[in-house]
Design a protein around this ligand. Sequence first.
Ligand code: AQP
Length: 335
Amino acid sequence: RPRVFSGMQPTADSLHLGNYLGALRQWVQLQDTHDAIYSVVDLHALTVSPDPAALRARTRVTAAQYLAAGVDPERSILFVQSHVPEHAELTWVLGCLTGFGEASRMTQFKDKSAKQGTDGTTVGLFTYPVLMAADILLYDADLVPVGEDQRQHLELSRNLAQRLNSRYAPEGTELVTVPEPYIVKATAKIYDLAEPTAKMSKSGNPSGLIELLDPPKVVAKRIKSAVTDADTVIAFDPVAKPGVSNLLSIHSALSGVPIDELVAEFDGKMYGHLKVAVVDVVEAALGPIRERVGELLARPDELDEILAVGAQKARAIARETLARVYDAVGLVPAR
Ligand code: AQP
């Protein structure tokens, strides 16, 4: 079966609806058709200098949310990135193949470093996409389910895989698999409720976020306060009506009702009606996840055991790939 790999950073107390619809939901579905490997990428989280206790707690909470959403450890490998040291090791090799200019062109780096200033920006943030490429190439992933914001990083991963292959693999063979992005158009970019032209993001305005673990009251309040427009017509037009279109996208993605049917259903109704319906479908989707996360966190030993088994399985694959790459680039194997 083809292989899928993806990960998320444990940088918040809860994942948000963008993470869920853009990525996590696809991860769960892809388990049926793919050999799936999912990681809590804690080394990536170090790029934002987190508080150590918070990072530790968030790593477990993130893993619990994967499981609660339907990642099945019987069918998929679920592990914490730092438990598999090969991620950091392959990053070095890939870093030596990445152009400084190439890494400097990453828009996420440009945006984040512009906010942090030269002294606040770390080398870790700069090499973040190289670590991400290592995550993916270590497992010879064919497919990487992510949101639209990760497309450019995925392109770098593909370029690095092709570079490794063309420099170090005999003609016509591959040292590593060149991965393909898997970005589902309808949910590739969920927008901030308070600022519906910006992506929903943990570093955005809290009032624009729907967090998986927020109490239902908070979720309902944020949806009801979502920015719409001065018009009164419920129509899907992301350019002219970004707020209403975002609410329709969220509803459709969670209820499975096509957008044109929703538009027909809400014809002549007020924005408030749409918002109430969105509150209901969001709660129907998130309620069971929230409950299951609570159960999983109440048994931390079981959770840690799942992660330990996952790390062992992931490491067996990663070790082989790293040995292959080290050998190909000319490093003498240790005895
Ligand atoms: N708004 C979104 N719509 C669709 N997909 C999204 N993703 C994130 N936001 C949206 C996808 O979720 C995964 C999470 O990856 P990550 O842990 O690397 O987080 P991120 O992209 O840094 O998440 P945030 O909340 O958007 O954080 P900041 O504030 O740092 O920008 C990825 O697959 C991502 O595409």
